[in-house]
Design a protein around this ligand. Structure first.
Ligand code: G1P
Length: 291
């Protein structure tokens, strides 16, 4: 069984739920505490053992390429001023040369199409997908939990899921299970953005996957689905006819940062957890809630 070494991070989305900010700042570059969303998600991939990051980008997303590159003047200035702590922090999650690839999606045809754009860089090996809208705060990381499940099932495909907040199922992909015993269960189906009241379970696809490369061949033929887009969920549902899919209910806290309230929650929750900021953040925020 091949090891999961590469991850696809689809970052071409328009971010309409985060307008007007996302008009000129890629939504993945919006900060959560003191670093962009994409930094949190790439750090999760790295902490999960991923060795190569494939960012599927689009028009107006160039800021991310600069972010994951050296800023020679800034680094020289910080070094000259002996600001070593911040310099070290700046370097800590920086990919080294050759660890990160960018591929342009060129047309906003949906998540499935975005993942398909990475096919040549991924090649013939299982790979992870991390949706950068989602901050998944967990130890081990959500992606590491998915990779462990993949090793446990000796292949197949793993989709990280979690209980859907009431009334929200129509915004997500929802899975159907073949009974439920523990956190890892064989799936029998999945549907993207089901009409209210038709969802097959209360478990939604929360943005981390380990997929077999056979998905690329399916993505080539899958028709446009929900929202007129080529959906990853539709391709996975098709692949399920010939390959096993497992839903993993991961242990951790998810923040949907593609949404204003989710993004705000992530900022507050992660600031409160930070050893260097938590106490001050708590003192500053508490009066807002008692008002
Ligand atoms: C995508 C997936 C969906 C998943 C969601 C999680 O939808 O297609 O299955 O539940 O991400 O955020 P999107 O947010 O692109 O509409």
């Amino acid at each position: 069984m091949k090891r999961v070494r590469k991850a696809v991070l689809p970052v071409a989305g328009l971010g309409t739920r985060m307008l007007p900010a996302a008009k000129t700042v890629p939504k993945e570059m919006l900060t959560v505490v003191d670093r962009p969303l994409i930094h949190h998600v790439l750090a999760e991939a790295r902490a999960s053992g991923i060795e190569h990051f494939v960012l599927v980008t689009g028009r107006g997303k160039g800021a991310m390429e600069n972010y994951f590159d050296h800023h020679v003047e800034l680094e020289a200035t910080l070094a000259a001023k002996k600001k070593t702590a911040i310099l070290e922090e700046l370097m800590a999650d920086l990919p080294t040369a050759g660890e990160i690839s960018y591929v342009r999606q060129m047309e906003p045809k949906g998540l499935g199409h975005a993942v398909w754009c990475a096919r040549d860089i991924i090649g013939d090996e299982p790979f992870a997908v991390l949706l950068p809208d989602m901050i998944m705060d967990a130890t081990p990381t959500a992606t590491a939990q998915a990779i462990s499940a993949f090793e446990q099932t000796e292949g197949g495909n793993i989709i990280v899921v979690e209980p859907c907040p009431p009334g929200m199922a129509h915004q997500y992909g929802i899975v159907a299970l073949d009974g439920q015993d523990g956190r890892l269960n064989r799936m029998t189906g999945m549907v993207e953005k089901p009409a209210p009241g038709t969802e097959p379970s209360n478990l939604f696809i929360s943005g981390r996957y380990v997929l077999d490369p056979a998905i690329f061949r399916v993505l080539e033929t899958v028709e446009r689905g929900a929202g007129g887009e080529i959906q990853l969920t539709d391709a996975m549902a098709k692949l399920m006819a010939i390959q096993p899919f497992y839903a993993l209910e991961y242990e951790g806290a998810t923040y949907d940062c593609g949404d204003k309230i989710g993004w705000l929650r992530a900022n507050v929750a992660l600031a409160l957890k930070r050893p260097d900021l938590g106490e001050a953040a708590c003192a500053a925020l508490a009066p807002l809630f008692s008002a």
